[in-house]
Write a protein that binds this ligand. Structure first.
Ligand code: SAH
Ligand code: DHB
Ligand code: MG
Length: 224
């Protein structure tokens, strides 16, 4: 059996054992597929990790950059503390419309706001509006902008804020310094930024599974 097939099978096993079967989330994925969206949502076991991290963090304010059809959004929102709120940022109005529909079906409309427009502009606006700091941030949009998203979300953080960045390994592409892929350089520049910023404490973990070989970075904002 190929490695990829094996990763897939193990993910199926883990999801069967540990991630509850959920008709709402399955309908969300069906709606995304019918709408012609790419299947680049997080896997169910990764979504559950995002939810558990929200709970561990006691997050009442969550910020997501990159909504797509709202699959990760729903997992994150389900981890919100009571009376919590989630803001999710999406540039593509068609994606945002599907996400709204999916959030509606999941009964989350009142707790989640989808902001349509380039994330960098929305992040600047949120800052201008002096919104309260976020407890937990998930960055999962256009990868070349990762350094800008990290900078802007740190500015919306407090000591103790947790930031997760998706897709930081890309099949090992991250170590290819000669790469002409701007996504690779986005991740590498972000890692440099983290290393140079004494307020940030971070690690990154490689993952294999139904979404191939990739990984995520976990960043904690400290006091100063
Ligand atoms: N978090 C989702 C997947 C997001 S895919 C999940 O796991 O379910 C990345 C999304 O980022 C796409 O919907 C894409 O349209 C959006 N995106 C790309 N560039 C963007 C930008 N400049 N601002 C905001 N969103 C952007
Ligand atoms: C891509 C984006 C993602 O957020 C992801 O999880 C996987 C792939 C992409 O743009 O190819
Ligand atoms: Mg992703």
């Amino acid at each position: 059996m190929s490695n990829e097939r094996m990763w897939q099978r193990v993910d199926e096993y883990l999801c069967d054992e540990l991630v509850e079967h959920d008709p709402i989330l399955e309908a969300v994925l069906t709606r995304c597929e019918r709408a012609g969206m790419p299947a680049i949502n997080v896997a169910p076991n990764q979504g559950k990790l995002l939810m558990l991290l929200a709970r561990i963090q006691g997050a009442a304010r969550i910020l997501e950059v990159g909504t797509l059809g709202g699959y990760s959004t729903i997992w994150l929102a389900r981890g919100l503390a009571e009376a919590g709120h989630l803001d999710t940022l999406e540039v593509d109005s068609r994606h945002a419309a599907i996400a709204e529909e999916n959030l509606d079906q999941a009964g989350l409309r009142s707790r989640v706001q989808v902001h349509v427009g380039p994330a960098i502009d929305t992040l600047a606006r949120l800052r201008d509006e002096h919104v309260p700091p976020y407890d937990y941030v998930f960055i999962d949009a256009d990868k070349p902008s990762n350094p800008e998203y990290l900078r802007a979300t740190v500015a919306l953080s407090r000591p103790g804020t947790l930031i997760i960045v998706d897709n930081v390994i890309r099949g090992g592409g991250v170590i290819d310094t000669e790469s002409d892929d701007p996504r690779v350089h986005g991740v590498r520049r972000m890692n440099e930024m983290i290393r140079q910023d004494t307020r940030l404490s971070a690690t990154a973990v490689q993952t294999v599974g139904s979404k191939g070989w990739d990984g995520f970075a976990l960043v904690r904002v400290s006091g100063d």
